[in-house]
Design a protein around this ligand. Structure first.
Ligand code: FAD
Ligand code: NAD
Length: 482
């Protein structure tokens, strides 16, 4: 066997790379982790999940401060937001979590961490800071960056992406967001709540286009009621820098052109894989604008070079990057016949109300030609929801022909947390009767899970045939009051 410097080399210290590095090192593989930034943690920690959820919480608190009367409290007008304070809180949360992703911790686990820009020189070796380093197997986990489409004028106009939005010096008075995926809607609501006037441009006719229309429309309505403006069926014609502000020229489906002016532009139009400069062309690892091509074992064109996380496209979530990291470990370290299975990937868009999902929604079921029935229950019937002032939203359960759950969407307060029960039920293949018969604490938002299942069973239990049978056996005499 050839003599390599390392058993496993990992490029990229984000969710995927860190999962592989910590697992491989703890299992005794001589492991190298290479990161191009000055710190480990990746987009999720520095420019993604952590800062966005911290910002969302701050914005929620400010929103509550302004909405006291809805809770029977006196009306107050809080002072304006100083975004430097908000950014400082974001940084303080990042720095606490950063300790879990420190070089010292990874060294203690047994992984060597190097910083720099590695370039493959052949399929087992790369050049890093003038050194040549080889490994028996490699994992490319370099993540993704905001896609910057070729919009006229964008290259010469200052704009923000997820790399800048959490460290602004001041709150923009007006913010124009291009694109309407999860980054856009989460930031639209947060900045609107903090006091920015927010306009979102979306070329299709629905926000959050991967979600079912009825659910996405409720999110849209909730955000509109708070002051966000959505321009749907609208494309961006060009942008320009006007000095103190930016201009965005848009065109709607009727061909009508409008000039919008804003202090800042946020580009949130999807993600592009971080593949530039790695020398992948040289070692014949194919990729396109969606990501590095891999098979279901996450192998690239070379059996010993794997890719995982955002850089392969697909489901671009931290928990999926972690899952894919686990699959790589099974293959590269244990040599098990493991393949990825994305049929039960959960996700949540953390607006208020949030929108969480697992399995099939109606759009995906229809696309796959799968028959289903829909069972739903509204948060307006949930006692805890009413007590919390959270009556907007619903749960939607899709059942297959034999009553098997195909998917669940929860739109409402704490949607991501409420989905946890369904993650267990669907992964465990549990029958729905288990949820229906389990005692859930009262009053909780989670009762909505039991209630939607209860509605399936109650239709069968409280039926004419059952009443007829009981009458036959026990002589029941029917309604006492008509
Ligand atoms: C604003 C925002 C909010 C998000 N919110 C959520 C959320 O709430 N929940 C969720 O699940 N997901 C969320 N995501 C998605 C999540 O951040 C990504 O799916 C996740 O970070 C992917 O992990 P990764 O390891 O593939 O990539 P990353 O975390 O980006 O890590 C890749 C690492 O590779 C490094 N790298 C890149 N190129 C090189 C190179 N040439 N050499 C060496 N190192 C390199 C990078 O510096 C980085 O550290 C959000 C994303 C954004 C932008
Ligand atoms: N809560 C979460 O889990 C969370 C939060 C934020 C981001 N993320 C992850 O990050 C990924 C990226 O988020 P995103 O919001 O940038 O991407 P996205 O791909 O989900 O949405 C991009 C939006 O931009 C629109 N768009 C793209 N090109 C356009 C163009 N030229 N003109 C007009 N519109 C255009 C698309 O129609 C789409 O609505 C998400 O898919 C998700 O995986 C997750």
């Amino acid at each position: 066997m050839a003599d390599y410097d390392y058993d496993l080399g990992i490029i990229g210290g984000g969710a995927a790379g860190l999962t592989v590095a910590s697992g491989a090192a703890q299992l005794g593989a001589k492991t190298l982790l290479v990161e191009k930034e000055a710190a480990l943690g990746g987009d999720c920690l520095h420019y993604g999940c952590v800062p966005s959820k911290t910002l969302i919480k701050t914005a929620h608190v400010y929103h509550l401060m302004k909405n006291g009367p809805k809770f029977g409290l006196p009306a107050i007008t809080p002072p304006e937001v100083d975004f430097r304070q908000v950014a400082a809180r974001i940084q303080s949360v990042i720095s606490v979590i950063q300790k879990h992703d420190s070089v010292a911790r990874f060294c203690k686990l047994g992984a060597q961490v190097e910083f720099g820009n590695p370039v493959f020189t052949d399929e087992h070796a790369m050049q890093l800071g003038g050194k040549s380093i080889s490994a028996r197997a490699w994992v490319i986990a370099t993540g993704s960056s905001a896609t910057i489409p070729p919009i006229a004028g964008l290259a010469t106009t200052p704009y923000l992406t997820n790399r800048d939005i959490f460290s602004l010096e001041r709150l923009p008075a007006t913010l124009i967001i291009l694109g309407c995926g999860p980054i856009s809607v989460e930031m639209a609501q947060a900045f609107c709540r903090l006091g920015s006037k927010v306009t979102v441009i979306q070329r299709s006719d629905q926000i959050l286009s991967k979600e079912d229309r009825d659910m996405a429309e409720i999110v849209q309505q909730a955000l509109e009621e708070e002051g966000v403006t959505f321009l749907l069926n609208t494309s961006v014609v060009r942008v320009a820098d006007l000095g103190n502000e930016r201009e965005v020229v848009v065109k709607n489906a009727a061909g009508v052109t409008t000039r919008l002016k804003g202090e800042a532009i946020l580009v949130a139009m999807g993600r592009s894989p971080n593949v530039a400069g790695l020398g992948l062309e040289k070692i014949d690892v194919p990729f396109d604008q969606r990501g590095i091509a891999v098979n279901r074992s996450l192998r690239t064109s070379h059996r010993h070079i794997y890719a995982a996380g955002d850089v392969i496209g697909g489901y671009q979530f931290t928990h999926v990057a972690g899952y894919e990291g686990g699959v790589v470990l099974s293959k590269a370290i244990f040599h098990l016949p493991k393949k990825v299975d994305y049929s039960l990937v959960p996700w949540c868009t953390y607006t208020h109300p949030g929108l969480a999902s697992i399995g099939l929604n109606e759009k995906r079921a229809q696309k796959a030609g799968i028959d289903y029935t829909v069972w739903s229950e509204e948060f307006s019937n949930n006692d805890r929801g009413l007590a919390e002032g959270e009556s907007v939203g619903r749960i939607k359960l899709l059942l297959g022909r034999r009553g098997k759950p195909l998917g669940v969407q929860i739109l409402g307060p704490q949607a991501g947390e409420l989905l946890g029960e369904w993650v267990a039920v669907m992964n465990g293949g549990m029958s729905l009767s288990k949820i229906a018969s389990a005692i859930h604490p009262y009053p909780t938002l989670g009762e909505i899970n039991k209630r939607v299942v209860g509605s399936i069973f109650s239709k069968k239990i409280f039926s004419a045939p059952v009443r007829k049978g009981l009458k036959f056996f026990f002589g029941f005499r029917g309604p006492a009051c008509k």
